[in-house]
Write a new protein. Structure first.
Length: 153
């Protein structure tokens, strides 16, 4: 493990980070900033445990993040909620940040009454390290090849 110091923050607790986080997620994935802002605003109402958004911050810089949404743009609408937009900045990878984010989101969602989470990915061995199990294949919206769907219980 690295000696970098970072904090994992649920945006529900730090709504002032909304704009910065939406810009950051939008820059990592081909999804408009407005879509993230809308989901974050829904999170802030507190009406439902989903959606939720989390960021890892080191010295004021977002270095990683992920979200929990109903469906991560795939054909298995019955598999929800989904961890989505998992990303760690390239210069911060291999420091356990993704694992810490994943463990944090699983614990937080469990505390909110959600024991089972799903995740769609093209990775084929990464998530097993953090207690996720391959569940099935699913097709991402507009994708010709299936991706791997993981489950965490």
């Amino acid at each position: 493990m690295s000696s970098i110091k970072y904090e994992i923050i649920n945006l529900l607790d730090r709504q002032d980070l909304k704009e910065e986080a939406a810009n950051w997620f939008s820059s990592k994935w081909r999804v408009p900033k407005e879509a993230y802002l809308e989901s974050m605003e829904e999170c802030f109402t507190g009406e439902s445990p989903v959606p939720q958004w989390y960021v890892a911050i080191e010295e004021g810089r977002i270095i990683g993040g992920l979200g929990v949404i109903e469906n991560d743009f795939h054909d298995r609408k019955d598999l929800a909620p989904n961890v989505c937009a998992v990303f760690v900045e390239e210069d911060k990878r291999c420091n356990g940040i993704a694992g810490a984010l994943l463990n944090n989101v699983c614990e937080d969602m469990k505390n909110r009454g959600i024991d089972t989470l799903y995740l769609l990915t093209d990775h084929d061995s990464f998530y097993e390290r953090y207690g996720w199990e391959f569940f099935c294949e699913a097709y991402g919206d507009g994708e010709e090849k299936p991706s791997r769907m993981y489950i965490h219980r």
